[in-house]
Design a protein around this ligand. Structure first.
Ligand SMILES: N[C@@H](CCC(=O)N[C@@H](CS)C(=O)NCC(=O)O)C(=O)O
Length: 155
């Protein structure tokens, strides 16, 4: 019995170090997984760009915010520069492996960089359960505010 308890005790450090290894392989070290530079486009103010800015600041992702005006963005969209996924802002642009990458949709941008930085474990269903509702609720709030802010004057 004492032998079994001792064996169980001896196993504990191994389990603890396995856990620590798993945590470190999740890659939450600041600065890990960054790309050289991200330019994200959004209007003046924080709005949908707020969580992206916070994540980049916290993790140390070099970035520049390119402020768009309503008129300027409408013109870019008319000129076919609105991106392929809906045309709304924010959009994040960066170069990787010599190729320009453009991401649209707040949730997709957050998840994409969250995976790169190690904050979103794609093989753990709990990531979806605990992280996505925060992002999606934020988007819902922005949709509600946007419906008021961009409502036609007669509404
Ligand atoms: N589902 C999109 C919505 C994007 C969106 O509607 N953004 C607004 C600003 S908050 C916008 O760009 N409006 C102008 C447009 O759609 O061109 C997201 O979450 O990124």
């Amino acid at each position: 019995m004492a032998k079994a308890a001792a064996a169980k005790q001896a196993k504990k450090p191994a389990a603890a170090s396995k856990q620590a290894a798993a945590a470190s392989s999740a890659g939450t070290a600041k600065g890990k997984g960054t790309v050289e530079h991200v330019t994200f486009h959004y209007f003046a103010g924080l709005g949908r760009a707020d969580p992206i800015t916070q994540m980049f600041e916290y993790h140390g992702q070099p970035y520049t915010k390119e402020t768009e005006t309503m008129e300027g963005w409408a013109q870019k969209k008319a000129d076919g520069q609105g991106g392929e996924f809906g045309g709304g802002l924010p959009q994040a642009v960066f170069t990787e492996g010599g190729k320009e990458r453009r991401l649209a949709q707040t949730g997709a941008i957050m998840r994409s960089f969250g995976i790169r930085f190690g904050y979103y474990n794609t093989s753990d269903a709990e990531s979806v359960k605990f992280i996505d509702p925060v992002i999606d609720t934020w988007s819902d709030i922005m949709d509600a505010i946007g419906a008021i802010a961009f409502a036609p004057a007669d509404k």
